[in-house]
Design a protein around this ligand. Structure first.
Ligand SMILES: [Zn+2]
Ligand SMILES: [Zn+2]
Length: 273
C-alpha cells in the first residue's frame, strides 16, 4: 500500500513519536500519502490513577494544524500529507462534536467508539461483573447509538475495537456469533454513506487479524458497502504502514477493487493491488 490513513503522532496524548519522524519513516517505506488522525476524545473518562491536569485524549488542534502545515510545506513533492482527526463518539457530546468538526478544515474524520457508558473497555476493570458477551454486545449497542446520533464523520474506526481488550480477545468472537449486533451497524454505515475502516491494530493486539476481520468485511460488501479505508493506527514508527499489505490482500480476496482516501472530506478511490 502506498498510503496509510490512520496515524498518531505526539499531538495525541498516548503517543511520543514526532510527526517528522513518522514522515521520514513513511517516505523510507515508500508511502506516497499519509493522513494524520490525532485523538480527540472530548470527556474521555480518565482512569482513577490519572494525574491532576491530565488532558485525556484532547488534542490542541491549533498547534496540531500549525505543525501539520509546516511539515506539509517542508515535504511537498516528497509525500502528500493529509490533516485528519480520530474523533471519539459518545452520546452526550454530540453537539460538542458537531461544533468541533465545523470549526476545522479536516481532510478526513474517523469516528471511533472508545467508550461505553463513560468507561473505556481498554481497562480490565471494565469486564468485572459482566460476561465477555455482555460487554461486547453492550459495545456494539453503544456504537450503533453513537452513529445514529452523530454522523458527520467519514469512516467508522476499528468496528470491533473492544475485542482487542476482552478477556479472551477474539477466541469466542466471530461475525456469526455477533451478527445480530454487527449487521445493524453495517447497514447504518451504508445508509449514511460512511466508510468502514479496516484497522491493522488487531494484528499487534494479539488477534492475528485486523479490526474488523474478513467475515465482517464480506458482510459489509454483501449488504452493498463500497467504501473501505485502511490504516495502521500506528503510534510508533515501527508500526507505521505495518500489515497494510496483508489487509490489501484480504480486501482483494473479499472482492474489493478499490479502497478510499478522504481528501477535503470527499472520498477518492484508489485501486488495490
Ligand atoms: Zn481508536
Ligand atoms: Zn487511532
Amino acid at each position: 500500500m502506498i498510503s496509510d490513513t490512520h496515524i498518531h503522532t505526539s499531538y495525541s496524548s498516548d503517543c511520543e513519536t514526532h510527526m517528522e519522524d513518522m514522515i521520514r519513516t513513511g517516505i523510507d517505506r515508500g508511502l506516497k500519502i499519509m493522513c494524520f488522525t490525532e485523538h480527540m476524545d472530548k470527556d474521555y473518562p480518565l482512569p482513577p490513577d490519572a494525574k491532576d491536569g491530565d488532558p485525556g485524549f484532547f488534542v490542541d488542534t491549533e498547534a496540531y494544524h500549525k505543525g501539520y502545515l509546516a511539515m506539509k510545506e517542508k515535504y511537498a513533492g516528497k509525500i502528500d500529507l493529509l490533516f485528519g482527526i480520530e474523533l471519539g463518539l459518545q452520546p452526550h457530546i454530540v453537539d460538542w462534536n458537531k461544533n468541533y468538526v465545523n470549526q476545522h478544515d479536516f481532510d478526513y474524520i474517523i469516528g471511533s467508539a472508545h467508550t461505553i457508558d463513560h468507561r473505556d473497555p481498554y481497562f480490565p476493570e471494565f469486564y468485572e461483573g459482566r460476561s465477555e458477551r455482555e460487554a461486547y454486545e453492550q459495545y456494539f449497542e453503544e456504537a450503533l447509538r453513537d452513529i445514529l446520533l452523530f454522523d458527520d464523520f467519514d469512516s467508522f474506526g476499528h468496528l470491533d475495537y473492544i475485542v482487542r481488550y476482552g478477556p479472551n480477545k477474539n477466541k469466542c468472537y466471530s461475525y456469526k456469533a455477533y451478527s445480530d449486533h454487527i449487521d445493524p451497524i453495517l447497514r447504518t454505515l451504508i445508509e449514511k454513506g460512511i466508510a468502514l475502516e479496516v484497522n491493522a491494530g488487531g494484528y499487534r493486539n494479539g488477534l492475528g487479524v485486523p479490526n474488523p476481520d474478513k467475515d465482517v468485511i464480506l458482510r459489509y460488501k454483501e449488504l452493498g458497502g463500497e467504501l473501505i479505508t485502511v490504516g495502521s493506527d500506528a503510534h510508533t514508527t515501527e508500526n507505521l504502514a505495518k500489515n497494510l499489505d496483508r489487509i490489501e490482500d484480504l480486501l482483494i480476496e473479499c472482492g474489493f477493487k478499490n479502497h478510499v482516501i478522504y481528501i477535503g472530506r470527499k472520498p477518492v478511490f484508489y485501486p488495490l493491488g
